[in-house]
Design a protein around this ligand. Sequence first.
Ligand code: HEC
Length: 290
Amino acid sequence: MGLRFKYNIALLLTCLVGIAAASGVSYLVVQKSAVREIHQAIDLIRANAIAVRSYTVSNITPALSDDSDILFFPETVAAFSAQSVFQGFKKMFPEFSYKEAALNPTNPDNLANEMETGLIEQLRADPKLEQISTVVENDGNRYLTVAFPLTIKQEGCLMCHSTPEAAPPAMVDLYGPNHGFGWQLGETIGAQIISAPMSIADRRAEETGLILIAGFTLLFFLIFIVSNVLLGRIVLRPVRRMSDVAEKVSMGDFSVPEYRKPGKDEISSLSHSFNRLRRSLERAMSMIDV
Ligand code: HEC
């Protein structure tokens, strides 16, 4: 096995390990920063929902609640408007979702599913938790899902969510007396559950990984070509010439011209030493011949 072959095998293995390690690490780093961006998108969706909620409470509820004995407009309810406005957003970004899920909801559509119930129970168990993130797989796609606690902080909420008797009769007519009541002040009754597709993060990480692999492969080829040319010029060609001369001299043929590698590197000094050795040998041989 020639020197060049051994060298290239070592170079190839080192480069393969390097490319794999660098691509893997960069994939993780890029994915992490993309996940951070998804979190920011989720925070924006939440901020928008909170703004819609507070707009509803301060502008819509006072304008429409006068006739609440006879008529009840769900539009006056913050939870309803926040979720309805999100439906408009979803038309443009169908992969995102926003739900005000509750364990005992007024509107059965808002009933927490099994996964959401798990998140709400965790938030209820630890009131200091401000959010919980989890990755959910659905139809082969991964979603980053974040749950923010919905806690009853104002007495005003209890008007409609404590007992059916306290709630506007028109509301009880519309939603029924069996659910959405019994909530307590300070209780976490549900969570804002916001999901965003992880595919953005995965795609970005894959793209960066591919660019890096292509870049490293190009770099490897450059190193391969340059180092092979240098290896040939600096080491292999002089060593081959010295070995040819040595071969002939060892057979007693002193007619071959001396080979002197120019420069001051180790191979040049070896060529000089070899020439000295050859002259000594030649002298010794001529003495024997005499
Ligand atoms: C005027 C009555 C009324 C008041 C006051 C009220 N809600 Fe509601 N709430 C409702 C109704 C009705 C719904 C169902 C809306 C729908 O159809 O989606 C609802 C829904 C909700 C939901 C979604 C889960 C569910 O029960 O369907 C949450 C969460 C919620 N309300 C929290 C609150 C909080 C917190 C407050 C106080 C800041 C509050 N509500 C005040 C009537 C009210």
